[in-house]
Ligand binder design. Structure first.
Ligand code: UN1
Length: 502
């Protein structure tokens, strides 16, 4: 019984039994069984949580940033201690294989480390003034309560990319996790609370979790006391969130879908490309926003490469990730995901596809869980379902002859998250990385499009939403900039030479 194991993992992680009952059933995609019940937040509960966050903000914004970093450092220590247990809960609740469940917690640890360093580097500029005896500068100030809406596929890491930065930037965090993965959120909240006790003097309501469905997310998005919402999920969700935020002039960090592609050139190291593409297309059962979904292979290597890929697709081990470390493909999140995948495959067939795999497996053993063999789909052209994101392990393969034309096709989709090229010809690589190359937020060479590390800014263009999270200067989105001009002289020269003598 997974429910018993989940109960003991939650005990171990310190989730209070008071929070573990209610009418919302949580299921595991591994078996389809119900593993816990929780209570949704009421609309009054949402309003109270935001009020607490607002009160916490008044205190937290005045704590010096390196002291704020100390709390995040302690959170990183809690996560190190809990890595295996929390990783296992991620596997049970989201269906990831064990090493990816642990990898997700490692990504949380990495962003905590990054944010601790950042807490001493929230730099503003000093700017040369055109006026004598004047100094210009900018400061970065905390913004306010930050709402974080996350999706099932990275049930804990995405919160941490936002929360670690928001906390050192001086903002409280209100988390609305996916209704498919609320238990891991409560577990992380319990770890945060442990870190907060160790840190001491942390205001109540600094980090909170709101369990619930769409109505809870909407209440958060529409609350005028929340100046920033970071939302990860589908483009349809992001379109609604973005519109609501625009109406009240609030800020959004949107991390939406991807229809990511790679190009395999004639000079590519094909063995390397094979491993990279297998991980990117099959890993996480095709349920990453960075999953590889389209592949353009040069005519001269196409048949050889597709034959190799077909063998990988036919032999990759699929099943319950808790049963063996050799399992590389866990289940789809639910039946709806399975149906969507089957529709996309049927449509591809109507567009002339040749399909390898894609069928349901393990149905007898797990009638309520949805395991599939990843689908390798040879397409005559980039049409029909190839043009959209289907959140399932489907890789559409197409042939190309001219790199410029392949880059055109590469960019001819609505999303712009991640991309890569496999080539040992530096002219091809540099072209792909150049202004005339990939139009995505992430552009790689000789690795796949997924599996980004924390130091770089993560996010993409077009219908991916435009937000950036995690590394580089992504922290600026969590702060407000104040530009100040100070006159230390006794005259009042005006900018642009304007005269105004009274
Ligand atoms: C997502 O799927 O929502 O680059 C994020 C990657 C991971 C993050 C994926 N670091 O694949």
């Amino acid at each position: 019984m997974l429910a018993d194991e989940v109960a003991s993992l939650l005990d171990h992680l310190g989730v209070s039994p008071d929070r573990r009952h209610g009418t919302r059933a949580v299921r595991s995609p591994l078996t389809g069984e119900t593993i816990a019940h929780l209570e949704d937040a009421s609309s009054q509960g949402v309003a109270e949580t935001v009020a607490h966050a607002e009160a916490a903000f008044r205190q937290w914004r005045s704590v010096p940033p390196p002291r704020r970093g100390e709390l995040v450092r302690l959170l990183g220590l809690e996560l190190r201690d809990a890595k295996d247990v929390l990783g296992r809960l991620v596997t049970i609740e989201a269906g990831k294989i064990v090493s990816e469940g642990r990898g997700e917690v490692q990504e949380m640890i990495d962003i905590c480390d990054f944010a601790v360093g950042l807490s001493r580097q929230l730099y503003g500029l000093t700017i040369a003034s055109e006026r004598p005896n004047h100094r210009m500068m900018e400061q970065w100030h905390p913004l306010g309560p930050t709402g974080v809406i996350t999706s099932f596929n990275f049930p804990v890491a995405v919160w941490s990319w936002n929360a670690a930065l928001a906390l050192v930037c001086g903002n409280p965090v209100i988390w609305k996790p996916s209704e498919k993965t609320p238990l891991t959120a409560l577990a992380v909240q319990a770890l945060f609370e442990r870190a907060a006790v160790k840190a001491g003097n942390i205001p109540d309501g600094l980090c909170t979790v709101l369990i619930g469905g769409r109505d809870v997310g909407e209440a958060l998005v529409n609350d005028p006391r929340v100046p920033l919402i970071s939302a990860t999920g589908s483009t349809a969700m992001g379109r609604e969130v973005g519109t609501q935020l625009a109406r009240r002039f609030a800020r959004g960090i949107l991390e939406l879908g991807g229809n990511n592609a790679s190009i395999v050139c004639p000079s590519a190291n094909l063995d390397l490309a094979l491993r990279a593409i297998a991980f990117a297309a099959i890993g996480t059962a095709g349920q990453r926003c960075t999953t590889l979904r389209r592949l353009f292979v040069h005519d001269s290597v196409h048949d050889e490469f597709v034959a190799k890929l077909t063998r990988v697709y036919a032999s990759v081990r699929i099943g319950d990730p808790l049963a063996s470390d050799e399992v590389l493909v866990g289940p789809l999140i639910d039946e709806a995901a399975f149906e969507t995948m089957q529709c996309a495959l049927a449509e591809a067939r109507a567009h002339g596809a040749r399909i390898h795999g894609g069928e349901r497996v393990e149905e007898k053993r797990f009638p309520n869980a949805y395991y599939v063999r990843p689908a390798l789909v040879e397409m005559p052209a980039q049409t029909g379902p190839v043009l959209r994101e289907t959140f399932a392990p489907i890789l559409y393969v197409m042939k190309y002859t001219d790199l410029n034309a392949a880059i055109e096709q590469h960019n001819a989709v609505a999303h712009g998250l991640s991309s890569s090229i496999f080539s040992t010809d530096m002219r091809e690589v540099e072209k792909f990385l150049s202004v005339a190359g990939s139009d995505c937020g992430i552009v790689n060479a000789n690795i796949g499009p997924s599996g980004a590390e924390i130091g770089g800014a993560f996010g993409g263009e077009k219908e991916t939403g435009g937000g950036r999270e995690a590394g580089s200067d992504a922290w600026k989105a969590y702060m407000r900039r104040a530009t100040s001009t100070v006159n230390y002289g006794d005259d009042l020269p005006l900018a642009q030479g304007v005269r105004f003598d009274i």
